[in-house]
Design a protein around this ligand. Structure first.
Ligand code: HEM
Length: 187
């Protein structure tokens, strides 16, 4: 599945729509990495980037069970609507807004321990590629934001960027992101 590339495209899109956030990430990277070199994998642990992906794979119950008061009959197909959980106002303040800072000082992570944020699923059938996925997404996004300034084409304003989704097993952008990079490192 194209989960890593889809996530990278969404993160970049959200960053393009929030220029103050991209500036903040650039500043954070500048402080850690400087402007003389690209980002290295060993720099990542010092950074606070948070990828998300609104999907899970259908599951089936092996036996009758009760979860949180809901009876689930053996062999039922269970679909977890992570997309809706990510927008649930009971779990998130200003759920529809992209506020990466909401995770600063919070203990919520993406590894399946906190059910309000499970982009990799949770439990035994959780994504086994989580570490590779996180590393690839963080390194790519950090690299793209650190090495380049980004502009939307035809003087498009950030809030004019079309954020339509194409629904399926994965949820990519309906139209690919088109953005113009300009190199910003000194080397
Ligand atoms: C940002 C990147 C990625 C995201 C967001 C992601 C997300 C997911 C999700 C949500 C599931 C379903 C979990 C569930 O139903 O509970 C899954 C399953 C899976 N993922 Fe990933 N994934 C990513 C990257 C990768 C990579 C890089 C690999 C392999 C190298 C991988 C291999 C798998 C496999 C094999 C499964 C099926 C596991 C099973 O059914 O037991 N994923 N992934």
């Amino acid at each position: 599945m194209d989960t890593s590339s889809t996530t990278i495209e969404w993160v970049l899109s959200e960053l393009m729509r929030h220029p103050h956030v991209i500036k903040k990430v650039q500043k954070e990277l500048e402080d850690v990495v400087g402007l003389e070199r690209m980002v290295e994998e060993s720099d990542l642990e010092k950074l606070e980037l948070h990828p998300v992906a609104p999907l899970l794979i259908p599951h089936a119950a092996n036996e009758d069970c009760t979860v949180n008061g809901f009876h689930i009959q053996k062999a039922s197909r269970v679909i977890i609507n992570v997309w809706a959980i990510g927008r649930d106002p009971r779990a998130w303040t200003d759920a529809e807004r992209f506020i990466p800072d909401r995770f600063v000082g919070s203990n919520i992570d993406v590894r399946g321990n906190h059910f309000e944020l499970i982009p990799f699923g949770s439990g035994r059938r959780r994504c086994p590629g989580i570490q590779l996925g996180l590393t690839v997404v963080q390194l790519m996004v950090a690299q793209l934001v650190h090495c380049f300034d980004w502009e939307l084409p035809n003087s498009m304003l950030p809030n004019e960027l079309d954020m339509s989704e194409e629904f399926g097993l994965t949820v990519p952008r309906a139209k690919h992101l088109l953005a113009i990079p300009s190199y910003r490192l000194h080397k």
